[in-house]
Ligand binder design. Structure first.
Ligand SMILES: *Cc1c(COP(=O)(O)O)cnc(C)c1O
Ligand code: SF4
Length: 421
């Protein structure tokens, strides 16, 4: 698998005919945020005749507006003055701190304490589901420009979360009978070889972890590298691992990240989905709604329709988190709700299984249900689909309708509403 980042990415963009001004912007933005594309994305997904407006290009290549204007200017000036790599790295580190590298206080609030010390590389926010970040899975086949995990990819040890070995995870799970689901995430766990992934998964199938019923894998490999499940040397071994989990009476849930119907058009994806489903695993699809990529209702209805045809279950439509390049990709909540409502209207009930728009905010997963008028006050009607405090699951609450609001923190309680915390 050929991958392009930094100088190689710049050379690739030059070879594809991008103008010098763009190459400078690419250099500036990619000195702060992580970018990487592989040959499949470049050759099979991006429609180069439609660049720069092509949605996959927008998803994976830098754009100057991904940085706040003053930050862009600062870094741009350093590059133009041919500053040393050390100076640029220092400026980039200062920039990272301004881009909310740890949204929702994931590290402080979600890492459990086990036998007196924090369990690095594990997050346990909702009673039934534990997230595991294997250290070997902390990268992806390509990067999405809006990734909320970007800080993990720029090598900042303070905000990196990775588990080194599975034995402490097993011991924590054995002591946590409420946990039914373990979700392997990253990065992308499918970047690991089948042998390495096996070392993480097989210990979870032990009899003392009978309460763990579902193994989930959060992945964008079906979009960025479907060969992972077809022609890769250990593709069959990966599928046999799924077989073994299923044979043990557990559920395998592939939580696939699909941003655009384009990602579903290549024959390789269809074949990868067919092979995964043949193991008994169920693929569910989720993605944030983001400007320049999928912020029209027809993007979502076309994608959901195609997913259903391929046997994939639409699961969540997320709101882009308040981190990294959200300047560029953010969509106001009102607009996200309109996109959701219009998309749902365009498809049958089978494609309406996706819930959204949903914010993964500090207190829980907040669904924006409606904008409505209550006694002369325009409000967002909101609902907690998941809550750190399980007693709050399902609670409805109200915020003033602010058409510019893009995130939970922009909202203010309305009508004396109860507020989650
Ligand atoms: C979304 C999420 C989950 C999984 O939630 P489901 O609604 O069960 O899919 C688990 N942990 C965290 C931290 C999450 O953000
Ligand atoms: S695949 Fe997921 S983790 Fe990887 S860059 Fe994209 S959003 Fe981030």
């Amino acid at each position: 698998m050929k991958v392009y980042s930094h100088e190689r990415l710049e050379r690739l963009a030059a070879e594809r005919g991008m103008p010098a001004e763009y190459l400078h912007e690419l250099r500036v933005v990619s000195s702060v945020l992580p970018f990487k594309v592989n040959q499949y994305v470049v050759d099979e997904l991006v429609d180069w005749s439609a660049v720069p407006d092509d949605p996959i290009f927008r998803l994976t290549f830098p754009h100057r507006d991904m940085l706040p204007p003053d930050m862009f200017e600062t870094l741009s000036a350093l590059h133009l003055a041919a500053a040393s790599p050390g100076v640029i790295r220092k400026a980039a580190r200062a920039a990272h701190a301004l881009l909310n590298p740890n949204p929702g206080a994931q590290v402080d609030a979600n890492v459990p304490v086990h036998e007196g010390s924090p369990l690095a590389g594990v997050q346990h926010k909702y009673a039934e589901t534990v997230l595991v970040f294997p250290s070997q899975g902390q990268t992806c086949h390509s990067y999405c420009g809006y990734c909320f995990r970007w800080s993990q990819f720029v090598g900042n040890a303070d905000i990196r979360q990775a588990a080194g070995d599975v034995s402490r995870v097993v011991s924590y799970l054995a002591a946590s009978p409420s946990v039914t689901d373990v979700l392997f995430t990253g990065g992308d766990p499918m970047i690991m070889s089948a042998t390495v992934l096996d070392r993480w998964v097989t210990p979870l199938l032990a009899p003392e972890l009978e309460h763990v019923r579902t193994i989930r894998f959060g992945t964008k490999a079906l979009s960025y590298w479907p060969a992972r499940f077809t022609t890769d040397q250990d593709a069959d071994d990966m599928l046999r691992l799924f077989d073994r989990i299923v044979a043990g009476g557990r559920h395998v849930a592939v939580m696939a990240h699909f941003s655009h119907v384009r990602e579903l058009e290549h024959p390789e994806v269809g074949e990868a989905i067919r092979r995964i489903r043949a193991t008994g695993a169920v693929i569910r699809a989720q993605a944030p709604v983001i400007a320049h990529v999928n912020d029209r209702a027809e993007d979502w209805s076309a994608m959901w329709q195609r997913l259903v045809e391929l046997g994939v279950v639409p699961y969540y439509m997320f709101v882009e988190r308040d981190t990294g390049a959200r300047n560029y990709f953010g969509v106001p909540l009102t607009r996200a709700l309109q996109i959701y409502t219009d998309s749902v209207r365009g498809v049958s009930g089978l494609a309406r299984s996706a819930r959204g728009p949903v914010m993964s905010a500090a207190p829980g997963k907040v669904l924006i249900d409606a904008v409505t008028d209550i006694g002369g006050t325009e409000v967002f009607s909101l609902r907690l689909l998941q809550a750190r405090d399980a007693r709050q699951v399902g609670r409805q609450f109200f915020a003033h309708h602010d058409p510019a609001a893009e995130w939970f923190d922009d909202l203010r309680p309305a009508l004396g509403s109860w507020w989650p915390r």
